[in-house]
Ligand binder design. Structure first.
Ligand SMILES: *Cc1c(COP(=O)(O)O)cnc(C)c1O
Length: 407
């Protein structure tokens, strides 16, 4: 079985499931009992597999972790309560004061805010134009431990120099963290560019229905953790490819406690079954809408990697199955952004992305408000910029709604 969807749909059945169930049931038990106390001790000591306490592992979450590992073609996955918990926890578990990180400047807003917090805790972060390999290379110092990028940036849709940065990280022995949320493993598999760790906000395309929060980190097996100075002695055991993810599970998930709820894991696993179907339609609709908006007299600019005039159009075509289902555009100055948005009847004024419903948001006034005008300008975010996360509605209904909004 090789197909992306076939593997997701049948993944749970590759292990024993209670009563022959076709999906993994929701296990809500926090504690797990053992008849022989020595078996409990063996699980604690890592000499046998099993469950102890819900903050660290749970059978339903475990099944989702296995599914994401298959989707990303990685070695091991850890799920978290949110995507932010996954990123924050990994940084906290792996980095120490004095370490330096090179990060894309085109970042999800809360990740940007988080990295600024790490900067106050002794882990310095340099933000660079990650579409430009020379800018990334120039930012690396002897203290650099890790490079962090997203695949397609939100909201301006810059496409990172993913392959070139992978080669740089391999050459310099740097941990390469790729946030794959905007593409999902259906559009892009970061293992193909040598990613060390892959982040997914499960909340977005993988869950898809906007009904559960979750995050994941997957170890890809490309990084030799025996060369990484921050691994505690306790975790320097067994296969060095797994030292990093083990430290993230213990120092990160266990000690920080941002565990994914089993009910959420179930919602996400059900959503993941239709990822390819949903995202194919969302991307095709995004392309149609962008071509329509690009030709519209009341639109100043459209940012979407599927358009031929996008700066990284060729890179997106080379790397991704589709150029994504999120785009942004600027209105001409004569249109009032609030009146425009308030005329939508189908499209919802809302944050989130990857939902089955099409969502619109005035970026500068909402998700990028807190960072201030200067940083917004450096990220190329105009006051009239509207971000659209394309859902699965019928494309003609969406075009009708845009016509209504233009008035
Ligand atoms: C939403 C998002 C996150 C954070 O995920 P949550 O599940 O909302 O915490 C991280 N990275 C990217 C690119 C995102 O879009």
């Amino acid at each position: 079985m090789k197909g992306f969807t076939s593997r997701i749909v049948h993944q749970d059945r590759t292990a024993d499931i209670e009563h022959g169930s076709v999906h993994k049931p929701v296990h809500t038990s926090v504690a797990f009992g053992y008849e022989d106390a020595r078996d409990l001790a063996a699980v604690f000591q890592g000499t046998s597999a099993g469950y102890t306490y819900g903050r660290q592992v749970n059978p339903t979450v475990d099944a989702l972790e296995a599914k994401i590992t298959v989707m990303e073609q990685g070695l091991k996955t850890i799920c978290f309560s949110t995507g932010m918990a996954a990123i924050g926890t990994a940084f906290f578990a792996l980095l120490r004061p004095g370490d330096h990180v090179v990060s894309s400047a085109y970042l999800f807003g809360n990740t940007n805010s988080l990295f600024n917090t790490f900067d106050t805790q002794g882990i310095s972060v340099t933000f660079v134009d990650a579409t430009d390999i020379d800018a990334v290379t120039a930012a690396v110092t002897p203290q650099t431990k890790l490079v962090f990028v997203e695949t397609i940036a939100n909201p301006r849709t810059q496409v990172t120099a993913l392959k070139e940065i992978g080669a740089l990280c391999a050459d310099r022995g740097l941990v390469y963290v790729v946030d794959n949320t905007m593409t999902s493993p259906f559009l892009f598999q970061p293992t193909t560019v040598g990613a060390s760790l892959v982040v997914n906000s499960l909340t977005k395309y993988i869950a898809g229905h906007g009904n559960a929060l979750g995050g994941a980190i997957t170890e890809m097996g490309h990084f030799d953790w025996s060369t990484f100075p921050n691994i505690y002695d306790t975790y320097q055991k067994g296969d060095p490819q797994l030292w990093g993810i083990t430290q993230i599970r213990k120092k990160g998930l266990r000690d920080f406690g941002a565990a994914l709820a089993p009910e959420s894991a179930h919602h996400i696993a059900i959503g993941a079954e239709t990822l390819a179907l949903r995202q194919t339609r969302q991307c095709e609709t995004a392309q149609t809408l962008c071509e329509y908006l690009n030709d519209h007299a009341k639109v100043e600019r459209v940012y979407y990697p599927g358009l031929a005039d996008h700066a990284e159009h060729a890179r997106a075509a080379e790397l991704f199955r589709f150029p994504g289902a999120l785009f942004s555009f600027e209105l001409t100055p004569d249109l009032d952004i609030w009146e425009f948005l308030n005329r939508f009847e189908l499209i919802i004024n809302s944050t989130n992305l990857g939902d089955n419903r099409t969502l619109a948001i005035p970026v500068a006034h909402t998700i990028y408000h807190e960072m201030g005008a200067e940083r917004r300008a450096s990220m190329g975010i105009a006051d009239s910029l509207i971000r659209i996360s394309v859902g699965i509605e019928d494309v003609d209904d969406l075009i009708d709604d845009f016509e209504r909004a233009f008035g």
